[in-house]
Design a protein. Structure first.
Length: 257
């Protein structure tokens, strides 16, 4: 009964990005002399979000251990691990990015958001007597994106969306521009796998740099998003019938000008 109640609570709050972390793209080169280049900033933010989700993915069994109390996954611990993963994937130590640059400032806002989310969810993560906690990479990604947008205070936004038929929560639904990019670009047969799409687009009445960073199902994703289509997964949602390397999600970033 406790598991069923927890699963219902999860269904009410789950964002429909992915139930487990999506397969990462090839490492992105986050290099450049200036820390104010829109593309550089956006891909840097996307890589830090991926790094944080990877930490949650690697610790999923620990989080869902019903016997263990304190999981040792405080905001400071998770951020430290995320920073290491970010450095490995990009070749750049986040400490070397000028904090006075726009990239450095927004990256630190995102890192603060990661700490905020982890510290705010310690009671859930550390609950004893409860197995599946519902605190999965997708939930972490949604909460971090929301905290980031709040802290960025109208300067930048981030969310994880997906093709509309894969959306499990309305908060993750692509807007009109995102839906068009997914349909005509990222899902196009000739689109280079892993290639982001970016453009300057008026958003909420303001000029903005927007980028869509595609992500693809890995083998581990298919336990929730694979076959047989329609079968209920552990989170209580029907599986989508996806296949490895299918487009499963998109990190969408907006940098207002």
């Amino acid at each position: 009964m406790r598991f069923l109640l927890h699963r219902r609570r999860f269904r009410a709050n789950a964002v429909a990005a992915l139930a487990v972390i999506l397969a990462a793209l090839a490492p992105v080169s986050i290099v450049g002399a200036a820390g104010d280049d829109d593309n550089l900033i956006a891909q840097s933010l996307a890589e830090m979000l991926r790094a944080g989700r990877t930490v949650i993915s690697r610790n999923q069994e620990r989080i869902n251990n019903s016997q263990l109390g304190d999981k040792g996954l405080s905001g400071a611990v998770v951020l430290a691990e995320a920073r290491k993963i970010y450095q490995t994937s990009t070749g750049v130590d986040p400490d070397t990015i000028d904090p006075a640059s726009r990239q450095g400032r927004l990256l630190h806002i995102e890192m603060d958001a990661i700490v905020e989310v982890m510290d705010a969810n310690q009671a859930t993560i550390n609950a004893q007597g409860v197995g599946f906690k519902g605190f999965i990479p997708a939930i972490f990604g949604r909460l971090t994106s929301e905290a980031f947008a709040r802290r960025a205070n109208g300067e930048a936004e981030m969310k994880v969306t997906a093709p509309v038929e894969l959306i499990r929560n309305r908060k993750a639904r692509p807007d009109i521009w995102e839906a068009e990019v997914i349909k005509t670009k990222l899902l196009a047969p000739d689109w280079q796998r892993g290639q982001p799409y970016s453009a300057i687009v008026e958003t909420k009445g303001r000029p903005a740099f927007r980028i869509m960073v595609p992500e693809y199902y890995g083998a581990s994703c298919l336990s929730c998003h694979g076959s047989p289509k329609g079968e209920m997964d552990v989170t209580g949602y029907p599986k989508e019938g996806g296949k490895e390397n299918d487009l499963g999600g998109v990190i969408s970033l907006v940098l207002y000008r």
